[in-house]
Design a protein around this ligand. Structure first.
Ligand SMILES: Nc1ncnc2c1ncn2[C@@H]1O[C@H](COP(=O)(O)OP(=O)(O)OP(=O)(O)O)[C@@H](O)[C@H]1O
Ligand SMILES: [Mg+2]
Length: 335
């Protein structure tokens, strides 16, 4: 059977360049984003992430290069019309302070002339899914919300008109780590986002690994590497890429390594074999990550984990030792 044709890109950027004065902020970038893909723009502060994102919906006009969205050059479209077709969350959330939560979420559907009843229903449904029940939150003003709640409203607003393309600039920025993880989980679990083409900016490597199909790592306006998270981690294109992930290498490696990869390296513990696992030890499929297994063991407080398809339950120590051996093996193999 012939391989299915790859989906045509929704976003196609070629030789994009943007200068501010003498500084080249976006330097001859070319890339594509496929339908339904989540591309994460990652890089240090000031490397050009926001500038690049804003050229995609013409909040910033580039000095050179072209951008096509769904096969159309964005310059052929009026900026306002273009922007109504693209969801956008700016770096500082940017809710309209004198509009209620529901009015903020309904801005773009209103501009598009959607029926008010339809917009109200969709707004309520979105707020509900983001854990902001409309009965309580719809009529509140942004200033009455916490930072995390405001960011959820920002997400709901970007999704309200059901645009096929969404641009998100640090949508979880300025949140404490616990709220950040919770908002991110809501985000990941939103079915609507799975169908959308998403470009998301962050400088948080864990966030990038959690959300990205592919990561574009930028420095000084240039692509250092563009690929699957695992490629960047295990096959860095240069020293910048290598050092960017260095501090969190082990944690990231746990995220990209599956239990199936680790199982061949499990050794039984001593002559008596492994201690019997308590009844009700939690189970995970072998396709789950080592990170998911460690997290589950931590959450449930049980010492053992059953891996579907594996003969014996594993203790945390066995799992980590096997993970270490698998890593050593990969390193010894020259990877
Ligand atoms: N309007 C502007 N005028 C002049 N320089 C600008 C302007 N906007 C951005 N810059 C410069 O362009 C560079 C890239 O800025 P940009 O906002 O794209 O960075 P970023 O990667 O989003 O950073 P951060 O992670 O801090 O948000 C910075 O050096 C910034 O000072
Ligand atoms: Mg920025």
């Amino acid at each position: 059977m012939p391989a299915p044709a790859p989906p045509s890109p929704v976003i196609r950027v070629s030789h994009l360049t943007k200068r501010f004065g003498a500084q080249v902020v976006v330097d001859d970038l070319s890339f594509e984003v496929a339908a339904g893909e989540t591309l994460v723009l990652l890089g240090p502060s000031g490397c050009g992430k926001t500038t690049l994102l804003k050229t995609l919906n013409r909040l910033i006009e580039p000095d050179g290069g072209t951008i096509e969205i769904n096969g159309r050059d964005v310059r052929q479209q009026a900026p306002e019309a273009l922007r109504r077709g693209i969801g956008y969350v700016i770096q500082q959330v940017g809710l309209l302070p004198h509009y209620t939560v529901a009015q903020n979420v309904g801005v773009v559907p209103g501009l598009l002339g959607r029926p008010a009843a339809e917009t109200a229903a969709r707004t309520a449904a979105l707020l509900e899914r983001l854990h902001l029940p409309a009965a309580r939150f719809a009529d509140m003003l942004p200033a009455q919300l916490s930072g995390g709640q405001q960011q959820r409203v920002g997400l709901a607003r970007a999704l309200a008109a059901d645009p096929p393309v969404i641009l998100l600039d640090e949508p979880f920025g300025a949140l404490d780590p616990i709220t950040r993880a919770a908002v991110r989980r809501d985000f990941r679990e939103l079915d609507e986002l799975r169908r959308k083409t998403v470009v998301l900016v962050t400088h948080d490597v864990t966030e990038a690994f959690e959300l990205a199909d592919r990561i574009m790592l930028l420095n000084n306006g240039r692509i250092q590497q563009l690929g699957a998270p695992r490629e960047l981690l295990e096959h860095p294109a240069n020293d910048f890429v290598r050092s960017f992930f260095q501090a969190e290498r082990l944690a990231l490696q746990m995220r990209v390594t599956t239990l199936a990869e680790v199982l061949p390296f499990v050794e039984s513990t001593g002559p008596g074999g492994p201690a019997p696992a308590p009844a009700g030890a939690p189970a995970l499929p072998a396709t789950a990550s080592v990170q998911a297994a460690v997290a589950l063991l931590g959450e449930t407080g049980t010492g053992h984990l059953r891996i579907e398809g594996a003969p014996q339950p594993l203790a945390l120590g066995q799992l980590l030792a096997a993970f270490g051996r698998a890593l050593g093996q990969a390193g010894a193999g020259g990877g």
